[in-house]
Write a protein that binds this ligand. Structure first.
Ligand code: HGY
Ligand code: MN
Ligand code: MN
Length: 407
């Protein structure tokens, strides 16, 4: 029986976490930074050590392929190795490195599967530096053109295209150069459900819809002491009112609705000057598309009304809009089957976070496997998953991939 090495997996997670390491045990490897390049170089070296044929595509996605007995579409697994600025060491990294352990297990067993096996990491999954998020897998799945992707720029005006070239990962392969037979992504839950319910494996049925909108508000800067409230055109006030409105809206809507203003910049950002400019982003998500549309409409109406009353101008820019994605039912069933066959407790659930798998579902049957996040923490240096859970998730991945690779 092919078995998977927990020690190698834990060792590689720890080794990769050293790149872009930040206080508290987390990682900062924003997409296409030098830290991301170093992480990429390390994982590519591990792919080559395992004998994988490594291909890099024109948006910097990296896919290592292990030949099968027959030249058929591969069974692919993967995720991302870019992180947010205050990231943990498991988000994305775990799925990629577990995929490498599946390959190592096959190598050590001397097994050649009928179908090739592929392990991928995709560019800029996080969307923290460049939008949209899941950029690499979206391009791979044909959802975004290369030119538009290359033009995406960060706050300093650096573009995806230039940064890809700079770090040497603008590869020759055409995005989408291999369409998998199936795609399975192993990932930490990043939320509290499995940990609270003490369930070992999340059988992920869907990914909720994601709406990212950036607002640039222009008011009038003025002296905070001499300007009466009736004369203010306070850009910062509008931004703050949206945050409060969105929070109350999500609580009133209930269900899976979430709303966040996580990014906000005021200008001139001085204690005694009424801000004349606010740039902020609103993240709205829901598993139900109609409810997500309703939330978007309510936020837009609040902004229009408040901007009129405050006599400020608002420029709106949609950064990301992905509808909910339903994974392949048959493949989801197989995730559940293999987890139960291993004696693991399971529960079906949606994903609150976006993932590359939601893009790969456009190309082939796709499913995800979740393992618990302690206290539901993620995008936080204290992100943690117990070693036994990491190993259990990887074992489910191995069993499922072996089944699919003989299919
Ligand atoms: O935003 C997300 O859900 C993912 O972490 N990119
Ligand atoms: Mn992730
Ligand atoms: Mn993430």
């Amino acid at each position: 029986m092919t078995t998977l090495s927990k020690d190698h997996l834990l060792g590689n997670i720890a080794a990769l976490a050293q790149i872009g390491a930040i206080d508290g045990g987390g990682c900062a490897r924003l997409a296409l930074t030098d830290e991301d390049k170093s992480g990429r170089d390390l994982v590519v070296s591990w792919m080559k050590e395992l004998g994988l044929a490594v291909r890099i595509d024109a948006i910097g996605n990296v896919i290592g392929v292990r030949a099968g007995r027959e030249n058929l579409p591969p069974v692919m697994t993967g995720s991302h190795i870019d992180t947010v600025r205050t990231g943990g060491r498991y988000d994305g990294n775990y799925g990629v490195l577990a995929g490498l352990e599946v390959v190592r297990a096959l190598n050590e067993a001397g097994t050649t599967t009928r179908r090739p096996i592929a392990v991928a990491f995709f560019t800029n999954e996080e969307g923290a530096r460049f939008q949209p998020d899941m950029l690499g897998s979206l391009v791979y799945a044909g959802g975004l053109g290369l030119d538009e992707a290359y033009a995406a720029s960060d706050k300093d005006g650096l573009s995806v295209g230039d940064e890809l070239r700079r770090i040497g990962y603008l590869g020759p392969a055409e995005p989408g150069f291999v369409i998998p037979h199936a795609f399975v992504e192993l990932h930490i839950e990043q939320g509290p459900i499995l940990d609270e319910e003490k369930v070992q494996i999340g059988v992920v049925e869907s990914v909720q819809g994601i709406s990212w909108t950036e607002y640039t508000v222009t008011g009038v800067s003025n002296h905070v002491g001499t300007t009466p409230m009736r004369l203010r055109r306070d850009a910062g006030y509008l931004a703050a009112s949206v945050n409060l409105f969105a929070r109350k809206l999500a609580l009133d809507m209930g269900g899976n609705q979430v709303a966040t203003v996580g990014q906000l910049a005021l200008r001139p950002n001085l204690i005694n000057v009424v801000p004349n400019r606010a740039v902020f982003a609103v993240d709205l998500r829901n598993t139900d598309e109609a409810r997500l549309k309703e939330a978007e409409a309510q936020v837009a109406a609040h902004i229009a009304d408040t901007a009129a009353a405050e006599r400020v101008e608002v420029e709106t820019k949609v950064l990301v809009r992905f509808e909910p994605v339903i994974f392949d039912g048959g493949l989801v069933d197989r995730v559940e089957h293999h987890a139960k066959a291993l004696g693991l407790s399971t529960r079906r659930m949606p994903s609150g976070a976006g993932h590359d798998a939601q893009m790969m579902q456009r190309l082939c049957p796709t499913a995800m496997i979740f393992v618990p996040s302690v206290e539901g923490l993620s995008h936080n240096v204290r992100e943690h998953t117990e070693a036994t859970d990491l190993a259990a998730g990887a074992e489910v991945l191995l069993r499922l991939m072996l089944e699919l690779a003989e299919g």
